[in-house]
Design a protein around this ligand. Structure first.
Ligand code: NAP
Length: 305
């Protein structure tokens, strides 16, 4: 019996776990994929205080995991597919049939990459269509690739891909980026990156793997084909809240609504990190929300025992 269960081992879940485990509260983190969450999609994190030379997402994730385990926290692999409420208890159902019970639940399930929704995307996923430049970049040495999107992630991915690819087409639907200025400056001065503004992808084509994309020029109303071997789709994230079978308040996009204590509308259920509705999605803000969730989760436990 764990007093607290945290779903998700990204930076917010691990931070909440570190806070609670350090205070000797039995805490279990359930993780579906890999410990680290979306931190693992980031090659280098440069604005996390304490690391003047930056730190890789992988390294930071490993450090947080070690810190959590050192304080006695436990991590379990599992795909949570339902939550139920029984009196004051929270019942967590895992896909393999296991059922766990806790007093406090912290939802830290983060978010996943959005799909573009064009013809060929589904068919060529893993065969030239990718959602992670860090994971798949090395497959494209000296090849032509495209990145779709105009936010921080798209520009970071484009920059990362220039380490491998011959040319990186950065395709954005508007004629200015929403990404941070320093990233814009970097892509502008990188000779391997060709910026294509006001263009959208209509279709991804190929035989066994991706060979070309059909691109529409929105200003000139023109359709053209571009020969590429890989396309990295980076058009934002959607919250991982589909598994929530109880009535937790969310916004229209599915992000969980919390107050400044990271409390949801259900007593004893907290949420933190990229799964919540907020203004700034960064590793450091996720950690901070995790600590706040941990602190108020502990206060909640004090109030019921
Ligand atoms: P984002 O900021 O939501 O940007 C998504 C981009 O994709 C936008 O440029 C958007 O275009 C475009 N887009 C959305 N739907 C599209 C569609 N159907 N077709 C074509 N383009 C489409 O997402 P993100 O870049 O993944 O970043 C998510 C959050 O994480 C942000 O808050 C970001 O600041 C943060 N983040 C920070 C860093 C960092 O600080 N280094 C790194 C990565 C992520 P429009 O601009 O036209 O809407």
């Amino acid at each position: 019996m764990f007093k607290t269960i945290i779903i998700g081992a990204g930076p917010s879940g691990l931070s909440a776990g570190i806070f609670l485990a350090r205070d000797k509260i039995p805490v279990l983190i359930i993780e579906k994929f890999a410990v680290g969450g979306n931190m693992l999609l980031t090659e280098k994190i440069e604005n996390y205080p304490g690391f003047p030379n930056g730190i890789t997402g992988y390294e930071l994730a490993k450090n947080m995991e070690e810190q959590f385990l050192k304080f006695g926290g436990k991590i379990k692999e599992g795909d949570v597919n339902g939550i139920e409420l029984k009196d004051n208890k929270k019942i967590v159902k895992i896909k393999n049939g296991e059922i766990l019970e806790c007093d406090v639940l912290i939802i830290a399930t983060g978010s996943s990459r959005k799909k573009l929704g064009v013809k060929g995307e589904e068919e060529f996923t893993g065969k030239g269509v990718s959602y992670c430049a860090i994971c798949d970049g090395p497959f494209y040495k000296e090849k032509e690739v495209a990145v779709v999107g105009g936010g921080d992630s798209a520009l970071e991915e484009a920059i990362h891909l220039t380490k491998f690819a011959k040319t990186v087409y950065l395709i954005h639907r508007r004629d200015n980026f929403r990404a941070k200025k320093y990233l814009q400056d970097e892509v502008m001065k990188n000779e391997k990156i060709k910026i294509l503004f006001s263009k959208t992808i209509k279709e991804i084509k190929g035989k066994e793997t991706v060979e070309k994309i059909v691109v529409e020029d929105l200003k000139q109303n023109k359709i053209e084909e571009l020969n590429i071997r890989g396309i990295f789709i980076s058009v934002g994230f959607k919250p991982n809240t589909d598994f929530l079978s109880i009535d937790i308040k969310k916004d229209e996009e599915g992000f969980i609504i919390v107050n400044e204590k990271m409390e949801t509308n259900i007593p004893g259920i907290f949420a933190c990190g990229d799964v919540i509705k907020k203004q700034l999605y960064q590793v450091i803000t996720a950690c901070s929300e995790g600590i706040i969730a941990g602190y108020f989760a502990e206060k909640y436990l004090d109030s019921i025992f």
